[in-house]
Ligand binder design. Structure first.
Ligand code: FPP
Length: 247
């Protein structure tokens, strides 16, 4: 495994962890077996990010649309989250990881919500890695909740409507206090963003791999980071302008 030079390491990585179901199917096992195996890959990327000096990692664990899956699969995922919270939080805390859940947490039953809040409070003082777990999250939901806050603040007379620009609205988006998203990874071979961080991914580099999520390990992460390090990020400028700015 190689390690990218510090200057080319993304500060913030987001991952759509896709392929658990297919991984399980290939082994003639239920889909929940694949989700369970996905937990090991979660540990691998957390470790890999810490080794490489990534500041923030955002994982798409459960989308707003995932409620539409068969009831037993949703149930198995909820069980898995509860078990993961009970088992992993202390260890993550010991490694200096700050955990944050992002999404519409009101959609979860009270016990799970309570565990999520406890994990956030317990690890709030850590800063080695900011681990965001997106649950009941959708990129459109995120934009809507920010727009709602903007409307409320206009109604309270704190802003005029014409003062609401990208910067102001951006403050109300999830993860606004974190480094901008640099690298967006999707495993499992699909070439879609699937309503993940729509606003935040505006200038992220996209990286797609056929590797199924349970097989994604630290070497796979290192490959993605190496690929990122080779990209020229222009943010709307020309290649010549970028070269001039670097000189
Ligand atoms: C997508 O694969 C994966 C999910 C909907 C769940 C992701 C959950 C985990 C990786 C469990 C561990 C997470 C934490 C934070 C403890 P899929 O089921 O859509 O796979 P398929 O495309 O092959 O059917």
């Amino acid at each position: 495994m190689t390690e990218a030079s510090a200057a080319r390491v993304p500060r913030h990585i987001a991952i759509v962890m896709d392929g658990n179901g297919r991984w399980a199917k290939a082994r003639h096992r239920p889909r929940s077996f694949g989700h369970n195996a996905g937990r090991k890959a979660v540990r691998e990327v957390i470790e890999g990010c810490m080794r490489q000096g990534v500041e923030a990692l955002t994982l798409f664990a459960f989308s707003s649309e995932n409620w539409n899956r068969p009831e037993d699969e949703v149930g198995a995922l909820m069980e898995l989250f509860i078990r993961a919270l009970d088992k992993e939080v202390d260890e993550l805390h010991g490694h200096g990881v700050r955990i944050r859940f992002v999404g519409d947490l009101a959609g979860f039953e009270q016990g799970l919500r309570q565990r999520m809040n406890q994990a956030m409070t317990h690890t709030a003082g850590n800063d080695k890695l900011l681990l965001n777990v997106a649950v009941n999250y959708g990129g459109r939901w995120d934009i809507v909740q920010a727009a709602r806050k903007a409307a409320e603040s206009v109604a309270r007379g704190e802003f005029r409507a014409d003062e609401i620009d990208e910067k102001v609205l951006g403050h109300w988006m999830c993860l606004a206090d974190l480094p901008p998203l640099d690298l967006f990874i999707r495993t499992g071979g699909e070439l879609r963003i699937s309503n993940f961080l729509l606003w935040q991914a505006a200038y992220a580099e996209l990286y797609f791999t056929d590797t199924l999520w349970p097989d994604f390990d630290q070497s796979s992460l290192a490959l993605a980071i190496e690929d990122f390090a080779r990209r020229e990020r222009r943010f709307g400028r020309t290649g010549d302008q970028v070269a001039l700015a670097k000189a």
